[in-house]
Design a protein around this ligand. Structure first.
Ligand SMILES: Cc1cc2nc3c(=O)[nH]c(=O)nc-3n(C[C@H](O)[C@H](O)[C@H](O)COP(=O)(O)O)c2cc1C
Length: 397
């Protein structure tokens, strides 16, 4: 049994929120209703309090809340936040990070899954501002139950009708299940580039931003896994609950990965390890006149390949950046390196891949089945990739 927060805002479809609350209860979960002040003007909070058996929260500064800092305490207790119905206003506030009442403040404190079911007039829903806000929230990992088409309370026909309560409950339950799907598993993720020094100030590296690997780590944490994140130097923050191991060179990354590998259930190698290092790095800065005309390079270890040779029960996922013949090249790597799963990126494509916020990939399992994804944020893509990994992993067993 989980605790679910049901955010209720001031849409005419507010009456359907009662059915949603009931649906979660029937599935065995506890529900805490959180209403906006405007929602409480449409319907008395007493209705939600009596249905849920717990006092509906409306006021941020009420002195009868059961916690001292209620928005933070409640955020830690719940497994899911569902906002249904969600007004254009609350979607805009969430997208901007405005925290001027209990629900919007609470949203910022929630680290777990968030599901939003919008309900509004078609013109409001299709307004470019609302659409941009929905896109923004999606790219940050919030999920939506699309509103339906039909007769709207305002008398118009069109898109904006709150999705059916049964559909909202089903999606909510799916999100809850997913938040536990890697519980008890240890996931090792590598991310970012490596830096191969020539001397203390110069190095050889690549354009990896680390974003894809960090999102893979974030999503594994969201599914309940223990995550060890071995990361090269990047300019982004790791997910709060990751156990972070910072490395610089390919050799350091290899050592860290080999140390963590035996304990791992899943290994996700998203780092862009430099292929070469300088043959003779200097301990002090080499003065320009002393630099030779050419510098000798030697190959760095192929970490992925060596894991492929060592694996016992680990499920090994590789990332490949290709500029041509994506499927053939990626499949060849799956075979050559004894991988279980491969995420292949076309890094020559516009607006995706290295250093970009968006990505698009071809997901390939060990049997060679390949599924292309749409272009989406790396946050959203990490979810698709983990869904596919979990499915392929279940088939393997
Ligand atoms: C009867 C009535 C019905 C409304 N229905 C909706 C609606 O379905 N969707 C919406 O976005 N706004 C709707 N509004 C407007 C919102 O209530 C208004 O934007 C309000 O400021 C939102 O506050 P909240 O998001 O804090 O609940 C409605 C207003 C009224 C008076």
């Amino acid at each position: 049994m989980a605790k679910i927060a049901l955010g209720v805002t001031s849409s005419v479809s507010i009456y359907k929120a009662c059915e949603i609350l009931r649906g979660f209860q029937k599935a065995g979960h506890e529900v805490q209703a959180v209403m906006t002040r405007n929602a409480a003007r449409l319907v008395s909070p007493l209705l939600f309090s009596s249905l849920s058996g717990r006092k509906a929260i409306v006021d941020m500064f009420a002195d009868d809340l059961p916690w001292s800092v209620a928005h933070v305490a409640l955020a830690k207790e719940i497994g899911l936040l569902v906002v249904a119905p969600a007004t254009a206003n609350i979607i805009a506030k969430f997208a901007r990070g405005i925290a001027d009442d209990f629900l919007s403040t609470f949203y910022l404190a929630v680290e777990g899954p968030v599901l939003i079911a919008p309900a509004m007039n078609a013109a409001m829903f299709l307004h470019p501002k609302t659409q941009a806000n929905v896109r923004e929230l999606r790219s940050r990992g919030v999920e939506f139950v699309e509103p339906g088409r039909g007769y709207l309370a305002c008398g118009d026909e069109g898109v904006g009708r709150l999705a059916e309560p049964g559909e909202i409950v089903a999606r909510g339950l799916e999100l809850l299940r997913r938040s536990e799907s890697l519980r008890g598993r240890t996931v090792l993720v590598t991310a970012g580039p490596t830096r191969e020094p020539l001397d203390p100030v110069r190095f050889l590296s690549n354009r990896s931003s680390g974003k894809m690997g960090y999102e893979m780590a974030r999503e594994a944490i969201a599914r309940g896994a223990r995550v060890v994140l071995v990361t090269g130097p990047v300019a982004i923050f790791p997910p709060a609950k990751a156990e972070v191991v910072r490395v610089e060179t390919a050799a350091e990354m290899e050592a860290a990965v080999l140390r963590e590998f035996p304990q791992a259930d899943f290994v996700v190698m998203a780092a862009a390890v430099a292929d070469f290092r300088f043959a003779a790095p200097a301990g002090r800065k080499i003065k320009k006149p002393d630099l030779p005309d050419s510098l000798a390079l030697v190959r760095t270890p192929d970490i992925l390949k060596s894991l492929g040779g060592r694996k016992t029960t680990q499920y090994l996922v590789g990332f490949a950046a290709e500029t041509e013949n994506l499927r053939e090249n990626a499949l060849a790597k799956v075979k050559a390196k004894n991988l279980d799963f491969m995420v292949a990126n076309d890094v020559a494509a516009e607006g995706v891949g290295f250093d970009s916020d968006d990505n698009q990939a071809l997901l390939i399992d060990a049997a060679g089945a390949a599924a292309p994804t749409a272009k989406m944020s790396k946050r959203e893509l990490s979810r698709e990739i983990w869904d596919a990994i979990e499915k392929a992993h279940a088939r393997r067993r």
